[in-house]
Design a protein around this ligand. Structure first.
Ligand SMILES: NC(=O)c1ccc[n+]([C@@H]2O[C@H](COP(=O)([O-])OP(=O)(O)OC[C@H]3O[C@@H](n4cnc5c(N)ncnc54)[C@H](O)[C@@H]3O)[C@@H](O)[C@H]2O)c1
Length: 145
């Protein structure tokens, strides 16, 4: 991943990479190495794959990690994954400290051509899909890793 673009956005050093174990096994090391080589301090939060995990519990888990790593207002949450990871991470970024930087690295076709556009973020309620959320635009969307 080329991080020249992300460096130019003048964001803080802390970047929380949110992904699932399957996707992370393919791209995680590349993303972490790229961020580190550009001077960022990445940390990782993994959520099991699948729509069943697009929940407030997953958001709560991200908040716990954000607290552990002391993410600040200038910090970034980076979504490495398909539409599910993107929607979860975007909502966490929109709400942690009332909104921190959000960057997307979409890995599924749907995430590249649909979920990357429009700024919709959110999670499911047990009684309905996408009932909880916010519009929150990413600072950057990468289309290659
Ligand atoms: N925010 C928006 O505007 C918007 C628009 C459309 C859809 N969505 C949401 O997107 C979600 C669906 O997204 P999706 O179709 O990407 O499903 P998904 O995120 O569940 O990904 C599908 C599967 O593909 C795997 N995967 C993703 N990229 C991979 C890769 N490069 N290599 C190997 N495996 C990979 C994932 O681990 C997962 O198991 C839904 O929750 C939907 O509501 C959001």
């Amino acid at each position: 991943m080329k991080v020249k673009e992300i460096s130019g956005l003048k964001m803080g050093k802390k970047v929380l990479v949110v992904s699932n174990p399957e996707i992370f096994s393919h791209y995680g090391e590349t993303v972490l190495t790229s961020l580190e080589s550009a001077g960022f301090e990445p940390s990782t939060h993994l959520i099991p794959a699948g729509e069943a995990y697009k929940t407030l519990d997953s958001i709560s888990g991200i908040y716990d990690t954000a607290l552990d790593y002391r993410l600040e207002r200038s910090s970034t949450m980076l979504a490495l994954g398909g539409g599910v990871i993107r929607d979860i991470t975007g909502f966490a970024a929109a709400t942690w400290l009332r909104g921190i930087n959000f960057v997307q690295v979409p890995t599924s076709l749907l995430a590249m051509i649909d979920a990357s556009i429009g700024g919709k973020t959110g999670v499911n309620h047990p009684d309905g899909k996408n009932l909880i959320g916010a519009f929150y635009q990413p600072r950057l969307v990468f289309h290659r890793v």
